[in-house]
Design a protein around this ligand. Structure first.
Ligand code: PGA
Length: 250
């Protein structure tokens, strides 16, 4: 059960990564349509080639990344404008797999967040540390640097338009989620850090937890005071499990 001490609308986003097929689109579509009336945002971020196969009336759609450009000679890239045209409301930027596979810097992630906002998409900005940084006791500094780049890139007046996802890299796809206390600790830090730039934005901004969220651990994670839902990878590919995670956020 999500915490009820604030008026932030809970959110669960499913990041399919490079998984899924048309069959899964149809299965999810059926299951999630019923959740649409509930008091939470359920967002599906499939590979972009499947976006058009979804019925946008019954669910929210997001992209997994965007180019920093709106158009041009950038083979293989997809622009915010294109995602918007296909009915997306959200886009993930700065996922750790993009940061590592495609060498995306904090500065590039910040530009992508700004471009998303300019095109009317809500960026879900991912931050989070590798295990070595946690073991060195430098989580807050590491996450602060990631946040500062984005705050600077979008401008302090735009912070309230963002969604932040805290995804410790050591928890992604490993089956080893952060404990609810570890998640709350960093989420609280993120909210306090954002408050230095804009206090009102900090209390309203949604901060999702990501990293091995499943039906069994979602309730305890989402019950934390500063955890407003989840960014779910592997478990978003299993309809019943994903629906159970959504129920835990509701
Ligand atoms: P996971 O992925 O739930 O499979 O750990 C989360 C993510 O990478 O967004």
């Amino acid at each position: 059960m999500a915490n009820t001490m604030n008026n932030r609308r809970p959110m669960v986003a499913g990041n399919w990564k490079m998984n899924g097929n048309l069959d899964l689109v149809n299965k999810m579509q059926d299951g999630i349509g019923n959740l649409a009336k509930q008091d939470l945002d359920v967002v599906i971020c499939p590979p972009s080639v499947y976006l058009q196969a979804f019925d946008k009336q019954s669910l929210l759609l997001g992209g997994q990344d965007i180019s920093e450009y709106n158009e041009g000679a950038h083979t293989g890239d997809i622009s915010a404008r294109m995602l918007k045209e296909l009915g997306c409301r959200f886009v993930i930027v700065g996922h750790s797999e993009r940061r590592s596979d495609h060498h995306e810097s904090n500065e590039l992630v910040a530009v992508k967040a700004r471009v998303a906002l300019e095109q009317g998409l809500t960026p879900i900005v991912c931050v989070g540390e590798p295990l070595s940084v946690r073991e060195a006791g430098q989580v807050f500094d590491y996450v602060a640097a990631q946040l500062d780049a984005v705050i600077q890139g979008v401008g302090s007046t735009q912070i309230s338009q963002l969604v932040i996802a805290y995804e410790p890299i050591w928890a992604i796809g490993t089956g080893k989620s952060a404990s609810p206390e570890q998640a709350q600790d960093v989420h609280h830090f993120i909210r306090k850090h954002i408050a230095k730039a804009d206090e009102a934005a900090a209390s309203g901004i949604r901060i999702l937890y990501g990293g091995s969220v499943n039906a069994a651990n979602a309730g305890a994670l989402f019950a934390q005071a500063d955890v407003d839902g989840g960014l779910v990878g592997g478990a978003s590919l299993k309809k019943d499990e994903f629906l159970a995670i959504c129920q835990a956020a509701n």
